[in-house]
Design a protein. Structure first.
Lengths: 500, 324, 320
């Protein structure tokens, strides 16, 4: 049905895809796996016409094609369910579902009753109870995902691509999705399925393709591989070579204690403790409230309740400025949106949280600043021409090192890292892990938010798991394994966990 | 079967900056020099001492407004109220007295009005999340109404002789008002480029969320930006009144557009975080030179407005291309 | 519970908060005006309010659509000045020229507006800049054409402004019909739906393969047409066009849109709110007139209304 040959794509000097091959047959579910930054999203966007490849050939339905935009690919019968939904927040559920395929009546005018009826039918066939008249921005993330999925069922598609469709939905909803995918497969639809959850892939996929660092690594029938083999193909080396050795738990004193932290609509009475010298992971599904919980502790989000103790002193809920003064740091998940000052250079970014160190009587001492930057560049092996390199021109891994360097300078006690290795190649990843362990060994308490289970298992001395805004359990030492984390992250204890 | 393909590591080398991007900051000065040379060739009168002196006289009030506008635009904003501040502060401040002895109180009242307007603009933008365009538009209208209500349509104030001297007199061909511009440009240029506050302005303008997480009081920085703009506009209003010689309800009309055009031409991006005072002043100089050339060449005055319109679109398109 | 019994109604009201707020204010002002003066209550006065708001209503109609896409049209003032001056200048008192000139002016408005849209699409710079530049160019052009009032129109032409049908001013009827048509278009036409989608999430609209360029072209061309209609109305009203006629309309056209609850960031709002916003502003000015408040204070009131409106409607942004 679809065949990609020798596709390459680069962005601003970074090669995202180098000559990949990939094919999907009609009536199969083809899983696409790889770490963050392996090139999966870029590949999807090229198939969907949202990006144009620099080199290579796309053949669809037996013909070589060249999409000039998403409209072409859509017209040919390709539908993509993106990880970041393409939903229009101020339109209703029904309006969103039929956007681009409006139900029309006389004179070609939109038939609102039919739109509503058909949307209700569609949602019912999918097995979910969502009001088609609701404004999409008022839905839960899980319901938004189901609306996004239902959009794929509006019209006949030949190729359906799903990017992490189960990241935000529960097991029951995922089963509904899988049943629907099986039916589509039986109708001869080709399906590309991107997921981090390997157990799902073994459950539904026929074949699997592995990408790593923008290159094709392997394609195989699902029966010919096992879990361990798949992981080592994705990572490119054995796990023990990536993660620095753990030191064991129990040594450090409690540096930070947060109790009963709530954030309106996102986090309910969550508590945790961070110990000096330890890496604590905050695990759970996307949308479970992990970032919001950590952000509230740091002061970046207003908490409706909660108390924080630092070194045994009750400090209440702080502002970011107060947190920084007390020795906390926060490496955000969204580097470009929240972390870096993208328009400034390396030196300004490294010192941004610690302007006191470079300010004399209100004036920035540029020489001192450059000197600090040069030290950090050397210490963290940041690849750049020098302190005055604009960060916007650097690769993701080096940008991340700039942010880590910034916060490591000021974080005497606590450092939060939200998805610290997202979009970073395996080399930089290994270095970031090493730096994190070094910081812990220096006596800092680290809190790592991560969706990558191997990363959590490989790095964490202690794991706090969240589910739907609540802390659902804690694991330590030898008890940390993927199955135990998943259980805590997904299980519904009772009706209390369902949406009100 | 597992068919293994040799995996190539992704190339993550630092890209070289292209020649065009490395020298693009020279585009505007080169353009200005070319403009001056060509104008001088077309009309020798252009380079005469009196004409140059005249152009300097005209650039000063606009340049002063641009300084403030630069702060606001770097902070992702826009200040449409500058022209209204210019007229309102000049009209009200001079209505108390037109005497040289009261220069200081006049200056204080004018700047006070500018500062107050800036605070209102800043509070609306930060605390109420009103778009800068609408917030400053609203204060512009309110100030205008306030001014007309105050004067009942006919301003009664006089410009003190000292302001008239500063606004229009020259010393060996060098206007005094350009000295005012230079002093303000140096002070606020250094504040922006070298001080901690300036760094906070750039970080906040680049991304207010980043700034907040870095412990920077982004709201306060933004409000101060609008205050600077209001104060600059008030000073420019007095300087321009001195140039015109009388206080008029419409002093500074059109300066909101001209100052934005100058800033955008000078590489100060409307998406924030980019540009500096020097660029903005060069932009103001280009505008004044073009206006002057239009008059000197005997072309219709209306061409000035048309050129302004074309220039802002072309400049914005140029910088968008560059940043991509 | 009643909130569950009328979910659709509740959703509708929730989407049109602006309309509810403005209707409330209209009622308050009407009651206040009625107590204020006997003359206020007369049908003549109320029709006056409606009649006088025709120009503002027409230009705001086009402005609503550009704002719904997340853009803005700052060239409307100069465009109205240019088109009205051209209208009376070209008709020059010749009744036979009325129809061809009127058609030509509407087409010209569409072309200039379309050019705005084209520049927004191809240059990829903010509509604010594009239309600001276009406004300056048009102002220069109209001043090149004429520095003062140009030509005149035959007396019969004023019928457009002062004529009445069943006692209702023609202008008001035109406004109501146009607003109803556009409201229907936004609700029942695919392109209308896409206007909301583009304003709601421009990137998403691209990914969905929606005809984004067509949407942008359409709204700016339509705004140009609205400017042309405004120009024709103003010429009919004053008997002549002059190069500063439209000056105040650029900013004035935005006020009713914002007051009517349409978000400047796009994707939310509608023309009903705008129409009510127009009437609210006219009514307010009328009431202030009856209170013998000078026009200067009316200006202040207008500015304060904008501030109040945007402060009320502001969506709480997530602050991280």
């Amino acid at each position: 049905m679809l065949k990609l040959t020798g596709i390459s794509k680069g962005f601003a000097g970074v090669q995202a895809l180098s000559g990949i091959n990939f094919d999907v047959r009609a009536g199969e579910i083809h899983a696409l796996v790889g770490e963050n930054g392996a090139g999966k999203s870029t590949t999807i966007k090229i198939i969907a016409g949202a990006l144009q490849p620099d080199a290579g050939e796309i053949a669809f339905d037996g013909k070589v094609v060249s999409w000039s935009g998403p409209a072409d690919a859509k017209a040919a019968g390709i539908h993509v369910i993106y990880q970041e939904f393409v939903l229009f927040p101020h339109l209703t559920v029904a309006e969103n579902i039929f956007l681009g395929h409006e139900r029309r009546g006389r004179f070609g005018l939109i038939d609102h009753d039919r739109t509503r009826r058909d949307a209700a039918d569609l949602l019912q066939r999918l097995g979910v109870a969502i009001d088609p008249d609701k404004i999409v921005s008022e839905l839960t993330v899980a319901d938004q995902q189901m609306v996004e999925i239902s959009k794929a069922l509006v019209h006949k598609v030949k190729l359906l691509i799903l990017d992490e469709p189960t990241a935000v939905i529960s097991g029951r909803e995922a089963d509904l999705l899988f049943a629907r995918l099986a039916a589509l497969k039986a109708e001869g639809v080709a399906i590309v399925y991107v997921s981090h959850r390997l157990e799902e892939i073994f459950q539904i996929a026929d074949r699997v393709t592995v990408f790593k660092d923008g290159a094709h690594v392997a394609t195989t029938d699902i029966g010919d591989v096992n879990r361990e083999r798949l992981i080592s193909l994705m990572v490119g080396r054995d796990l023990k070579d990536i993660f620095p050795p753990k030191r064991g738990t129990g040594g450090g004193k409690v540096t930070l204690k947060a109790e009963n932290v709530s954030v309106a609509g996102r986090v309910r009475n969550a508590s945790l403790e961070l110990r000096a010298g330890e890496i604590t992971a905050l695990a759970g599904m996307v949308g479970a409230g992990r970032t919001e919980f950590a952000m509230a502790i740091f002061g970046g989000l207003p908490a409706s309740s909660g108390t924080v103790w630092i070194d045994g002193e009750q400090v209440g809920m702080l502002s970011p400025a107060q947190s920084i003064r007390r020795g906390m740091g926060f490496v955000t998940e969204d580097r470009k949106g929240q972390g870096l000052a993208m328009l400034l250079d390396v030196a300004a970014n490294v010192t941004a949280a610690d302007l006191d160190a470079v300010t004399r009587r209100g004036v920035i001492d540029r020489r001192r600043e450059n000197q600090i930057a040069r030290e950090e560049i050397e210490k963290y092996r940041i690849a750049c021409r020098g302190p005055s390199t604009p960060v916007a021109t650097m690769s993701g891994g080096n940008q991340q090192k700039v942010i880590v360097a910034r916060w490591a300078r000021t974080s005497r006690k606590v450092l939060v890292l939200d998805e610290p290795t997202r979009g970073v190649d395996v080399g930089a990843k290994t270095e970031i892990y090493r730096i994190m362990r070094q910081l812990a060994d220096d006596g800092i308490a680290l809190l790592m938010i991560s969706s990558e289970l191997p990363e959590v298992v490989g790095m964490a001395d202690r794991v706090v798991v969240m589910r739907e805004g609540v802390v659902s359990g804690e694991l330590a030492g030898a008890a940390i394994n993927e199955a135990a984390i998943m259980r805590l992250a997904t299980q519904h204890p009772s009706a209390a966990g369902s949406h009100p | 079967m597992v068919d293994l393909v040799q995996s190539k590591p992704a190339a993550a080398t630092e890209p070289k900056r292209s020649l065009t991007s490395r020298f693009s900051h020279l585009a505007l000065p080169v353009f200005l020099i070319l403009l001056i040379v060509i104008s001088g060739l077309v009309s020798p009168a252009f380079l005469s001492g009196s004409n140059i002196s005249n152009m300097l006289l005209q650039v000063a009030p606009l340049g002063i407004v641009v300084i403030g506008q630069a702060y606001v635009i770097i902070l992702r904003g826009l200040d449409l109220s500058v022209s209204s501040v210019m007229a309102t502060s000049a009209v009200i401040a001079t209505s108390f007295s037109g005497q040289n002895g009261d220069v200081l109180p006049i200056l204080l009242v004018a700047v006070g009005i500018g500062v107050a307007t800036g605070i209102v603009n800043g509070l609306l933008v930060t605390k109420r999340s009103v778009s800068p365009f609408l917030a400053t538009l609203a204060t512009m209208i309110v100030l205008q109404g306030f001014r007309f209500a105050y004067t009942q349509g006919a301003p009664s104030g006089n410009v003190p002789p000292l302001f008239r001297a500063i606004g229009s007199a020259t010393w060996n061909g060098i206007p005094y008002n350009i000295l005012v511009l230079i002093v303000l440009a140096v002070v606020f240029g250094l504040l922006l480029a070298r001080s901690r506050f300036g760094r906070e302005v750039y970080i906040t303008g680049g991304n207010p969320t980043t700034a907040r997480l870095l412990g920077i009081n982004a709201d306060r920085v933004t409000i101060i930006g609008y205050v600077i703009s209001g104060a600059m506009a008030a000073i420019a209003g007095l300087v321009l009144s001195g140039y015109v010689g009388i206080v008029d309800n419409w002093v500074g009309r059109g300066f909101e557009l001209d100052s934005i055009v100058a800033a955008v031409m000078g590489g100060i991006s409307l998406s924030g975080g980019r540009g500096g005072i020097v660029g903005g002043l060069l932009g103001a100089a280009v505008l004044v030179v073009v206006f002057n050339a239009v008059l000197l060449f005997g072309l219709p005055v209306q061409l000035q407005i048309i050129i302004k319109g074309v220039v802002i679109v072309v400049a914005a398109a140029f910088y968008v291309r560059r940043s991509r | 519970m009643s909130t569950i019994a009328y979910p659709r109604l509740r959703a509708r009201v929730g989407r049109n908060r602006g309309v509810v707020v403005v209707i409330g204010l209209l009622v308050v002002l009407l009651v206040f005006g009625a107590f204020l003066s006997d003359r206020f209550r007369t049908p003549t006065n109320l029709l006056n309010i409606v009649e006088q708001s025709t120009g503002l209503a027409l230009v705001s109609l086009g402005q609503t659509l550009t704002i719904l896409t997340g853009g803005i049209d700052l060239s409307v003032g100069s465009m109205i000045s240019l088109l009205s001056t051209l209208t009376s200048g070209l008709i020059a008192g010749n009744a036979a020229m009325i129809l061809p000139v009127a058609v030509g002016v509407v087409l010209l408005g569409m072309v200039i507006g379309g050019l705005n849209g084209l520049l927004v699409i191809t240059l990829r710079i903010h509509p604010l800049i594009v239309t600001l530049g276009m406004g300056a160019v048009l102002q220069g052009v109209v001043l090149l054409y004429s520095l003062g009032p140009a030509g005149k129109v035959p007396p019969g032409f004023t019928f457009v402004a002062y004529g009445k049908l069943f006692g209702i001013p023609i202008g008001a009827i035109v406004v109501l019909v146009l607003f109803a048509l556009v409201a229907g278009f936004l609700r029942y036409a695919r392109l209308g739906r896409y206007i909301y989608a583009v304003g709601d999430d421009d990137e998403g609209a691209k990914l969905m393969g929606l005809p984004r360029a067509r949407v942008i072209l359409f709204v700016y061309a339509f705004s140009g047409v609205c400017c042309a209609l405004t120009a024709l109305y103003l010429v009919a009203r004053f008997g002549v066009g002059q190069p500063y006629t439209g000056l105040n309309y650029t900013l004035a056209s935005i006020t009713p849109v914002v007051v009517g609850g349409t978000m400047l960031t796009g994707g939310k709002g509608g023309v009903l709110g705008t129409l009510l916003g127009v009437y609210l502003i006219s009514l307010l000015n009328n009431v202030l007139n009856f209170m013998d408040v000078s026009t200067h204070y009316q200006l202040i009131a207008q500015g304060l209304i904008v501030i109040a409106a945007v402060s009320i409607y502001v969506e709480k942004k997530k602050r991280i």
